[in-house]
Ligand binder design. Structure first.
Ligand code: NAP
Length: 244
């Protein structure tokens, strides 16, 4: 039986790379997007059109209900859910508006929890499934100017650990916490300067997607409740060799 994978925010960036990796691994791909239809079409074309495109705002209950009922109607099953869609609204906390706070918490955490809980009955009926949440290193380490984003990602990390416990043994739940990745989200950043990591570069989206494939396919069957940081050593500053 052909396996089905839903990638939220599959139109661009990390989400597109995940769609391509999973398509190459033989999955039928559901490319979700918010407003960039052309980009979603390009993603699906790069997946040899093996799948469908579903526009839905995953930060809203209406969008989530639409997505879940389309999946039920089109496939009646779901093997992999990748909660990838995310946004930033950066500001120092003292200047952060209520709207900047709400949008990020809603998209990067509350909507993900609502979508996941709505998808779970499908996976529970199958007694199988993989849930992979795209968090961030800032959800582990924090970052000035990103209280909304870091709080949402930290909540997502906690949710990942709890759902892994609650859903054992049939459904595996893991999170990936990327550092700096070359996408539209970081287009305004000086990545060369910020990426003075042990590995000397920012990540390509494919660096993250390869790990998603590993978790989604049979190679990840014995992995659950893990938070995998893929950051090129961004936070490995305390190495004594740097001091001599
Ligand atoms: P990106 O290039 O800005 O792409 C964002 C994607 O999310 C797009 O496909 C967008 O759809 C979709 N999206 C946004 N809001 C949505 C909504 N409400 N409903 C449905 N889709 C929505 O971002 P990215 O850099 O690939 O980031 C992907 C994930 O990785 C995010 O969760 C982000 O927080 C995380 N991450 C990124 C980095 C980084 O350095 N880039 C680092 C750590 C973690 P449209 O194309 O329709 O707009």
């Amino acid at each position: 039986m052909e396996k089905i994978a839903l990638i939220t925010g599959g139109s661009r960036g990390i989400g597109r790379a995940i769609c391509l990796e999973l398509a190459q691994a033989g999955y039928k791909i559901i490319v979700n997007y918010l407003s960039n239809a052309k980009a979603a079409e390009q993603t699906l074309a790069e997946c040899n059109n093996n799948g469908i495109i579903l526009q839905a705002d995953v930060s809203s209950s209406d969008g989530i209900n639409k997505l879940v009922s389309e999946i039920q109607n089109n496939f009646g099953r779901l093997d992999v859910l990748v909660n990838n869609a995310g946004i930033t609204r950066d500001n120092l906390l003292i200047r952060m508006s209520q709207q900047e706070w709400n949008e990020v918490i809603q998209t990067n955490f509350a909507g993900i929890m609502e979508l996941t809980e709505a998808i779970l009955p499908i996976m529970q009926a199958q007694q199988s499934g993989k849930i992979i949440n795209i968090a961030s290193t800032v959800g582990v380490h924090g970052n000035a100017g990103q209280t909304n984003y870091a709080a949402a990602k930290a909540a997502l990390i906690s949710y990942t650990k709890i759902k892994a416990r609650e859903l054992m043994p049939f459904i595996q739940v893991n999170a990936i916490a990327p550092g700096l990745v070359k996408t539209d989200m970081t287009a305004d950043f000086n990545l060369a300067e910020l990426s003075k990591t042990k590995l000397g570069r920012a990540a390509e989206p494919q660096d993250i997607a390869a790990c998603v494939k590993w978790l989604a396919t049979a190679s990840g069957n014995y992995i659950t409740g893990q938070i995998i940081e893929i950051d090129g050593g961004l936070f490995l500053w305390s190495d004594i060799k740097a001091l001599v």
